[in-house]
Write a protein that binds this ligand. Structure first.
Ligand code: TRP
Length: 336
């Protein structure tokens, strides 16, 4: 294996088209390269750092996220999918990493900083939430991952992990692998929501979900933000910032037809309903096989949980091996 790749998602909701174009699609591509070993983690412990009083929200979404993984074509025969909390070594490693990171350093993490502000935590920020980048360093290093495909917002986590790896290796000896972040191409990382307000997200309620029915997708597309000044069909319309065209650019295969539609829309004489109907067809082509597979897997949740159990066992064996090396390097492998 040339690459060990690890990434994960917090199970706080179902996955949507933003996840699909921003990361899931790419994971399926990486999975198809036999040179890659892929670990995909359902980060329930990280989700609990700001949902401690609402564990049901996290636990109930584990199956949903796993169904989304299987639906897009992640294959347990090739990719290890597992649940973070089922690998105690990750918590163990975090305890040792915490000693290598100062409070001041944790406080400077810009992503955590803005999350603390957004959530209005102030000084009441749960300690577990405050230090989750250190826990994320354990997720990555326990598998000796060299590549970590994530969104731009995860850059500070990768930097923190690299620092911890340096610190650990300098202090105790070369055990850990320094990972590299793999970030989405410019423009592909952030699919805006159907309302055109920033990125697609559950909290903004502007998402199209992989599990959405064809009717729901159609309804959402029909409510999409277009050009508020395009009132009459014959009016010239704006293509920039028009979500229908933004989505067509991302999902449409017939680029020539899309350019024609854009020109027609700009000239006037092309109605919103027409372009929306076309987008519905384009999305349906992509979503129908995903939805169909999702429904099939959803018939047997026990089998999906069994897949995660086996993945977790496999992942734990890898993490345990790293942990043994870590303890040996630190001189705390007292009984072996
Ligand atoms: N923080 C990531 C997110 O919110 C999820 C995550 C947890 C993760 N542990 C990870 C991603 C390790 C990559 C590697 O999306």
């Amino acid at each position: 294996m040339t690459n060990t790749i690890l990434t994960g998602d917090r199970p706080t909701g179902q996955l949507h088209l933003g996840h699909y174009v921003g990361s899931l699609k790419n994971r399926v591509i990486m999975q198809s390269d036999p040179e890659n070993e892929l670990f995909i983690m359902v980060a329930d412990m990280q989700a609990l750092t700001d949902n401690a009083k609402n564990p049901e929200k996290v636990s109930s979404n584990i199956l949903q996220v796993a169904l989304d993984y299987l639906a897009v074509g992640l294959d347990p025969a090739r990719t290890t999918m597992f649940i973070q909390s089922q690998i105690p070594e990750l918590s163990e490693l975090t305890m040792y990493f915490l000693n290598l990171v100062s409070v001041g350093r944790v406080r400077r993490n810009p992503t955590v900083k803005s999350e603390i502000e957004q959530k209005g935590f102030g000084d009441s920020v749960p300690t577990g939430f405050f230090i989750y980048p250190v826990s994320q360093a354990s997720d990555i290093t326990a598998f000796k991952a060299n590549l970590v495909p994530v969104g731009e917002d995860q850059k500070p986590m990768l930097e923190q992990t690299q620092e911890i790896v340096h610190s650990f290796n300098n202090t105790y000896g070369e055990v850990l692998v320094e990972p590299k972040g793999v970030f989405p191409d410019k423009g592909m990382g952030r699919l805006p929501g159907i309302d055109g307000n920033g990125k697609m997200s559950k909290s903004l309620g502007n998402g199209i979900y992989l599990a959405d029915s064809a009717e729901t997708v159609a309804k959402k597309v029909m409510s999409m933000y277009t050009d508020p000044n395009h009132i009459h069909v014959e009016d010239p319309g704006q293509v920039e910032g028009n979500m229908v065209f933004t989505y067509l650019d991302v999902f449409g295969k017939d680029k020539e037809k899309i350019e024609e539609l854009k020109a027609h829309y700009r000239r006037g004489g092309l109605g919103d309903v027409k372009i929306k109907r076309y987008l519905i067809d384009v999305l349906e082509e992509e979503l129908l096989p995903i939805r169909t597979r999702r429904e099939e897997f959803a018939q047997d949740p026990g089998q999906v949980m069994q897949m995660l159990k086996e993945g977790s066992e496999k992942a734990q064996a890898v993490a345990a091996q790293t942990m043994a090396e870590v303890k040996k390097a630190m001189g705390i492998a007292y009984f072996s």
